[in-house]
Write a protein that binds this ligand. Structure first.
Ligand SMILES: Cc1cc2nc3c(=O)[nH]c(=O)nc-3n(C[C@H](O)[C@H](O)[C@H](O)COP(=O)(O)OP(=O)(O)OC[C@H]3O[C@@H](n4cnc5c(N)ncnc54)[C@H](O)[C@@H]3O)c2cc1C
Length: 470
């Protein structure tokens, strides 16, 4: 009898899970484990933000609970631990006398360190880690070049891959039956937010887990047909169906990108194929692209000088950073987005671009501080997508342009023309009508007076020169 452990990481699903399938094919008895890495759930980023904020921690706990439920349906149970995965898995592998630990390979520094440490420890007792692939739309082996030659420019990458590289079909879900956990193995209990010194966010808009992810996919495609309008709505700041909102499920692997891709293809063949349905699959390519950049450039994706190794000066004024975080910069569209972000753990793509560009190019603060705040707060945090996008906007990453500067006022007028989003999240200004809300410091004092707004008292004066946007 040969036994295997499947170490679930950012692949919290039983469908299209190569590591799980490989384990089922190799071993007679397969047990699943999830370890809440105490460094990730209790640690701090280099700027002192919690490494995993409450929104994401809650989502992950729910996703693990869903996986545990699925393991129980398949006749077993999911083993849950809090600690260091390399120690917890080693202890389990030793006591269960397994032959292998199967997992989907990660490519970013902290995750790689853990998997390498585990590999060494298992080797000392004659066991091995077997790595599988599971994160991307494409298999690197199917690309027309090795990872070291992937172009650093998205458009080139897309043109050179999308028509010649096929997206493979997702693998079927594991149907079991699985072996019951031996009596001597304690399955462990699901942690609560308080175990990580976190308090529950006031507001919950999304539920973690494979089941919830599948429901969202069905709703976005088949039930509402919202995907058919994606291109027109994707730049909105808020709403239920303006974009897919599948990113939290992708980040924790509750859904695989291949599953989403093929469901869109299915929708295209049965319901409708248009620019919008294509645009959603196009965005999935961006995700692959940033992951490939992570593979190609290694730790440079996390460094201030970026993958281009461009010298940059790092300015940090904590007071200004805190105003940005709190949504009190005096620039309404930025404040609305940052308050919304705090409340939900999520931001639209347009919102992310604006607040990041504002921090980098208007406040002239260190982009790494902004990226780390995102790492802490985002419900859909993904190392490659987050740092890749920040580098891109800071002009130290991919793309040819020197930097990506957004004129905040014209963006606000374009994407929130009536000021409704700002009015909802910056109620201090709600008496200002239509687009007048977007630049209060440039308004005639009479307009402010009749709206009963005292700038600098009821709402901050902007710390940047807003004239440059006019
Ligand atoms: C500064 C900044 C930081 C970001 N950090 C993250 C992050 O940590 N995690 C993350 O998943 N996305 C990140 N993004 C990309 C993008 O904003 C989100 O993926 C998207 O807003 C999630 O919403 P959605 O699922 O509704 O996306 P949709 O618009 O419905 O797109 C579908 C999927 O395509 C992928 N995608 C879309 N745009 C991008 C993009 N620009 N880069 C990479 N993948 C993309 C995502 O997986 C997304 O779920 C960041 C963007 C910026 C500008």
């Amino acid at each position: 009898m040969r036994r295997a452990l499947v170490w679930f990481r950012q692949d919290l699903r039983i469908h299209d899970n190569e590591a799980f399938i490989d384990a089922m094919e190799s071993a007679d008895e397969v047990f699943g484990v999830y370890v809440f890495d105490s460094r990730t759930f209790r640690g701090k980023t280099s700027f002192g933000f919690p490494k995993t904020g409450a929104h994401r921690a809650r989502f992950i706990i729910e996703a693990v609970a869903d996986l545990k439920r699925q393991f129980q349906v398949l006749g077993s149970d999911l083993i849950i631990r809090i600690g260091h995965p390399e120690d917890e898995l080693f202890a389990l592998a030793k006591s269960l006398r397994t032959s292998w630990v199967f997992c989907n390979r990660e490519r970013t520094q902290e995750e790689v360190e853990v998997q390498e440490h585990l590999e060494k420890k298992l080797w000392s007792i004659g066991q091995e880690v077997r790595f599988s692939r599971g994160k991307m739309l494409y298999y690197t082996a199917d690309l027309p070049y090795p990872v070291t030659h992937v172009p650093d420019f998205f458009t080139q990458f897309r043109k050179e891959t999308e028509h010649i590289t096929a997206v493979r079909q997702p693998l079927p879900a594991v149907t079991g039956p699985l072996t019951a956990l031996p009596a001597e193995v304690n399955p462990g209990v699901l942690p609560q937010l308080s175990d990580f010194h976190l308090t529950a966010p006031e507001y919950q808009w999304i539920t973690g887990g494979e089941e919830a992810g599948n429901k969202r996919l069905q709703a976005y495609l088949w039930e509402t047909g919202a995907v058919s309008h994606y291109k027109e709505t994707r730049n909105d700041f808020a709403g239920d169906f303006y974009s897919s909102q599948l990113s939290p499920y992708l980040a924790q692997g509750c859904l695989s990108p291949k599953t989403i891709y093929w469901e869109v293809k299915n929708y295209e063949s049965q319901r409708e194929a248009n620019e919008s349905t294509y645009a959603l699959t196009y965005e999935l390519l961006w995700r692959d692209f940033f992951r490939l950049m992570g593979k190609k450039h290694g730790n440079r994706i996390f460094q201030r000088q970026g993958i281009r190794e461009k010298p940059v000066t790092a300015n940090l004024d904590w007071e200004v950073l805190e105003q940005w975080i709190a949504g009190k910069t005096g620039v309404p569209i930025i404040d609305a987005n940052m308050r919304y972000f705090r409340h939900t753990g999520f931001l639209s793509n347009r919102g992310r671009q604006l607040v990041a560009s504002f921090l980098i190019h208007d406040l002239e603060l260190d982009w790494l501080a902004g990226a780390e705040y995102f790492e802490s707060q985002l419900i859909d945090y993904d190392p490659c997508s987050n740092y890749g996008n920040w580098q891109y906007l800071a002009g130290v990453g991919t793309d040819l342009r020197e930097d990506r500067y957004f004129n905040i006022y014209s963006q606000a007028r374009r994407y929130d023309p009536q000021g409704d989003f700002v009015r909802e999240w910056v109620p201090e200004l709600s008496a200002l009508t239509s687009h007048l809300i977007h630049l209060p410091d440039q308004l005639d004092p009479d307009v402010l007076q009749s709206a009963n707004i005292r700038l600098g008292i009821d709402y901050p004066l902007p710390g940047v020169d807003t004239e440059r946007w006019l």
